[in-house]
Structures are given as C-alpha cells and as structure tokens.
Design a protein. Sequence first.
Length: 385
Amino acid sequence: MLKRLIVLLSGSALVLGAAATPTEAGIKVYEKEGKYVEIGGRLQLQYHRVDPDGGDSTDEIFFRRLRPYIAGSASKNWVGKFQFDIGKASGSNEVAVKDAYLQYRGFEGVKLTLGNQKPPFSREFLTSSKRQQLIERSFTGDHNFGSPDRMIGLRVDGANESRKLTWAASFGSAAFDPDAKKMDFDSPANNDSDFNEGWLAAGRIDFHPLGKMKFDQGSFDSDTKFTLSLGAFSWSNDDDNNTFTSGGVSRSSSKADLDRATGFELSGGFRSGGLSLDGEYQLIEGDTVDGSFTGGLYRSGTTELDIFALEGGYIFNNRFEVVAGFDGLDADNYPDAWTRTSFGVNYFWNKHKVKGQLSYRIGENLGGVEGADANEAFLQFQFVF
C-alpha cells in the first residue's frame, strides 16, 4: 500500500513539474518571496549479467535506483529535503530512506545539516551515483566493505574565503550489519532487527589549489582543476543490540557483532578538457565483540582492509566517454586479494541528466578465494530531473 501511494505521489509531482521551471538540481514547482518547493529524482534501469568461471551465467533487469525527492524552504536560510528509494523494494521493506534532513545556511562559509545524510568519508561514496563514470562504484565507495553509509546526526561543512580549502565533520548514529563476509554500515532509518547500533564520527579536508572541484566524475569543460583529500572515521558499538554474542562468545559462524572500527582515506581527483581521473586508498580496521571469532573478513577477532581504486575516462565532444578502472580489496582472512578490472563507454544526451552506460568488469579471487573468478556486464540507462 505504501509503495503504491509513493508511486502515485511521484507521478503527480511529475505532472505538476511538467510546466515548471527546471533548475540544476530539480524542478521548482512553487517559488515566491524566498519560499519554494522543488521536486526531482533519478531513474536508473539496469541490465546485469554475471559469468562465473566454471559456473552457470545469470542475468536480470531491474531498477537499480528509483529515487524521487522533495525539497523546499519556508524560512530564510533553512532548507529541507526528503529522498526515498523504491527501486530496492522487497517484502515488507517497501521504501529505503536516503537523504532526509534540514539544513541551515545562515553562517558565512559554514553549512549545518541535521538528519539522515552521508558522513564525509570516501571520495567515491560522496560522488553521487548519478555522476559516476562506471556503472557500479569501486570498493572504496562500497558500503559493504567499510565505507560508512548514511547516518542520522549532525554534519558541518565549511570552506575558507577562496574555497581552495574545504572541510567537513559529522557525528551521529549508524547501524552495522553483522554479516561476517562484509563490513556493512547503514543508516538506522533502514536497519534490520539484528543490526548492531553505534556512534559514528567522521571528518575530511579537501585541498583545491586551482579552485574548488566537485566530486562529480567526468570532465565537460576545459578548466583544469585537481583535489587532494584526507578523511577518517571511527565507529563504536553502544552494546544495545549484540544479537549474535552471548557471554562474550559468538553464537554464529557467519555473523559477528562488531565492537569498533576505524578508517583512513587518502584520495585525489583531476579534471581537464575532457579528462577525468580519480584515485583513492583506504585502510580500515575492525574488531569483533568476540575476540576469537574467525570467519569472512575476520581472523581472531580482527581485520584490516586494504582498499584501493583508480578510475579514469575521456569525454569526446561532451557526448561520448571511454572509461576504465582497477580496484582491489584485501582482508586479514582472505587467502588472496580480490581485484577487479573495468572498462566501459558512456553516451550523454544531456550530460549526466540523460545518459546510457555500458561497463564490463573482470573479477579475480572473489571474496578473497583464489581462483573464484567472474566477469560481469552492466548496461544502464539513466534519467535525472
């Protein structure tokens, strides 16, 4: 019922917005004396095929993301936004809450955001899914492997007068999926009953010597810009919901409650005349509540994830882009490092707003298992308004 209602509301918003004025972010359906209401969304229809070495191929077509949003303001310097995803609807979980926050912009050079939002860690994760060169994110932006997903809390963003130095810090509540094959943080707005609960603090500094450069991948103009960044986060379990631990001992061989985790990021990006390059390295450590647990990523109650990604592409005439990437993940309990080599092409009808993408990914040692190889093909059409 809820899903049908949201689809109806989204469709109504589209009709209302058909004759409205488009903006860079969405469509303003009402604006008067500083007050406004804006609607927008993204649709990503994807075909995905997996060809495992020595196994049967599988494929599917589905909505990778189907995210309407509503934003607006009724008071000076205050903005609110609510975005939800119905592309991942399954069973009783019909809606995933994404951005849901209120924001204050009344301070010079500083912005305060309170609600469900991204913490400032991982260049790849902070780059919107609608502005990625490859269809799927690399390991450095995958919340299944250490990069925190959205949290509920407070985030502060700032910049110096020239905007060549920007910074951000956040603190709030973040949940953790205890599946030992992953290190998966998620927002408490979407958590399951067996998720651990805890507190997340994160921060970053970005240096832009030639002027501020957005996280967006792809270079559509001739300006030359680059960014160097440092980021870090720390998560600690508040011990309110350790479902799989009793008396300090894990009760499962595949699930492990997490006690704490820390992460460090070194990243950079370059844009110039069609050329777009990004690189990122992360070192993420985690300890389970049971100090003797071994399984998945963990050995004797701990793991250290070494994660890296290199991505690049070149756009011809703002229409056609060739892209490539290489990323890897190694963990304490992996016999061998998991690596992926990716190639792709993108065609833009209206930059990232309307585009078609084709990516091919060659995976080796999936899940750290030597010889467990698989190739994947992705085809995606994206429409953003």
